[in-house]
Design a protein around this ligand. Structure first.
Ligand code: MN
Length: 239
């Protein structure tokens, strides 16, 4: 099946009258295989625009929190990851690795932050409810039921020590769905896991509105999860 890029690249096909004809016959848009974009054309880490207006997550997450989070926590992570790579390139050129530990840690932390935040935004903006189709079946077989998965994910997320994330992931080697806690942006992963749904529990994600009530924020997040996005991610991770 063609993806959207193929569709656009086959521009002649959809030009002018052909476009009108296609619309008239109500052809469904080709399904796009899900992929995050973390870099720009030059290969530098770059942050995609928010997929919704900053007030789109109200009342679960207020607009001010979204704006601060995106501009002052997500964006700087991409910049810092670029800076860490530049510093490591300089270290190689000068054969001076005195600060290698610092910059390796910095790269791991900041790039993981950029990746998880990129997923977080696209996971949200939905209407919550329950997942459907293959995702629903997979959650049922792995966790017993959606309700049990939700209970475990919410509890694991709320219980993250200090700053971090709750994550629903898919492991392509074991072909299992799994819940993980993540401390900071990079600790406690299982190597190779593909994050499908990530719930940010750094205080910057919720403190303006929820203060110390992390569990209340985590439960409210389930009202704005975009399960279609999670399902697209599972579909992509399995193929
Ligand atoms: Mn965050």
């Amino acid at each position: 099946m063609k993806n959207r890029r193929d569709f656009v690249q086959g521009g002649a096909l959809v030009a002018g009258a052909a476009l009108a004809a296609a619309a008239a016959t109500a052809q469904p848009m080709p399904k796009k295989r899900y992929a995050d974009r973390l870099t720009d054309e030059a290969g530098r880490y770059a942050v995609a625009p928010l997929p919704f207006p900053s007030d789109a997550l109200e009342p679960v997450i207020d607009a001010k929190t979204v704006e601060l989070h995106y501009n002052f926590h997500h964006k700087p992570a991409a910049t810092a990851a670029n800076n860490a790579e530049a510093a490591l390139a300089k270290a190689r050129d000068g054969n001076d690795f005195a600060l290698v530990k610092h910059y390796q840690k910095e790269l791991s932390f900041q790039l993981s932050s950029h990746l998880l935040h990129s997923i977080y935004w696209t996971n949200l903006g939905g209407k919550g409810g329950e997942p459907k189709g293959d995702l629903a079946s997979a959650l049922g077989s792995e966790f017993g039921s959606f309700a049990k998965l939700k209970a475990q994910l919410a509890a694991a997320t709320t219980a993250v020590e200090a700053s971090g994330w709750g994550i629903l992931g898919y492991h392509p080697v074991t072909r299992k769905l799994m819940v993980l806690q993540c401390e900071n942006h990079q600790k406690l992963t299982a190597w190779g896991v593909t994050p499908l749904l990530v719930l940010d529990v750094f205080e910057h994600a919720y403190y303006l509105k929820y203060q110390n009530r992390r569990g209340e924020y985590v439960n409210a997040l389930f009202n704005i999860v975009n399960w279609d996005n999670v399902a697209e991610r599972l579909d992509a991770a399995r193929t």
